[in-house]
Ligand binder design. Sequence first.
Ligand SMILES: [Zn+2]
Length: 474
Amino acid sequence: MELIELIKQFASKQYLVVSHYPRGHLIIAGALCSLVLVLLILPLGDTDEEANGRTEIVLDIDLQQNVDTEQDQPDALTLSDFVITAEVAPQAATQPILEDVTLWQNIEVKSGDNLSTIFSKVGLSDQDLFRVLNSSDEAKVLNQVYPGYQLDFLIPPEGELEQLRLLKSPLEGFLFTLNNNNYDVESILNFPQLRPTFKVGSIADSLFMAGQREQIPAVTIMEMANIFGGVIDFILDPRAGDDFSILYDEKYLDGEFIGHGDILATQYTNQGKTFIAVRYSNEEGETGYYNAEGESMRKAFLRSPLDVFRISSNFNPSRRHPILNTIRAHKGTDYAAPRGTPIRTTSDGQVTRASRNGSFGNLVIVKHAGGFETKYAHLSKYANGVKKGKRVRQGDIIGYVGTTGSATGPHLHYEFLMGGVHQNPRTIIDKLPKAESIDPTEMDSFRMQTADLLKRFSDMNSTTFITLNQPSAD
Ligand SMILES: [Zn+2]
């Protein structure tokens, strides 16, 4: 049946993306261009015979859908787009074959659903299900279907399941195709289109609020705070007037936003001092953030033991006077924070104590390489599995803010010791051995990968921040 052939050709969404995005649009990707192009070109690597067939079909759709390939951001077509438009398009009435496209039935898996009920919803029997499940070993993936997954059924009028598409996410899934009473399984791998997005913000109250004002996703703000976690204590250091910028990817599939990607470059100016970090992946595929000189942003110790973003979006450090006492008063730094705020260990190490200790209340002590030790007191509770002997990595949650021991309000009492002697972590960290840098032999590769990005990022920053700081013209 010709129609079925036509529909099968649509199974590859990538091809449609390539076809409908004008080249000019792709070029926007700038420094990422090569990566994006590689991703977009990949699907074209299909066999020639298929490519020929698809070209004709896509042209066909262009005519019938009036897709304007000249417009700035045309929405690439998904199969469901096609179905809906085909139904309302004036031509549809005279093109009965297009109506048959609605043979696709799309079901989103809800909690409580099982395959049997889903199959019966689209008019298929348990025998039909059994046939698919037993067609191959790969078909067993159908036994692990979770809420949120998408199941698309193609059932022509004859009533036999022709194709079944299982999508775990818009990017990943499986396609089952009837072939001689059996089902062939192939995996679906869609590559998102990445659109770099540039945002700036400035601190008036809290970093979180600044992000909200500029409509920067919270997860991206948190990622920025993590990137700078070795150089800035995001509880104690931010001041009104600090500003920041982030260049990050947004992911699109078939013109539809599907999620936020990684930060490519970011800058934070804290009390007049500017830090810049750029993303770099080495040949082993390890990715990290570095300054322009290739020095890692990841330091031996995190500046702040609190992961304030995880729990309290409204926590506003500038109003709550996070330092209750000075370092001189009692050999530690106190961070006021709501009860339950997660506490993370500031460096890799081993827990040497996780138990009650007089006025410290619930206390965790972590021993680190190089004769360092950190203490975390007054915890409301320990994190799961945290006990004496447990190995921890930098940033691992070890417990939660509380008031145990002698504490007047919920806060974390944090101590930093070197060779058994109390130190002020806010000054000692700067004196610790220099951060890891890109190996000199790798610097060429580092520069090649980051130079364009850094240049573009710097241009964006200078344009934006000059504009922001210009006096009004009157
Ligand atoms: Zn204290």
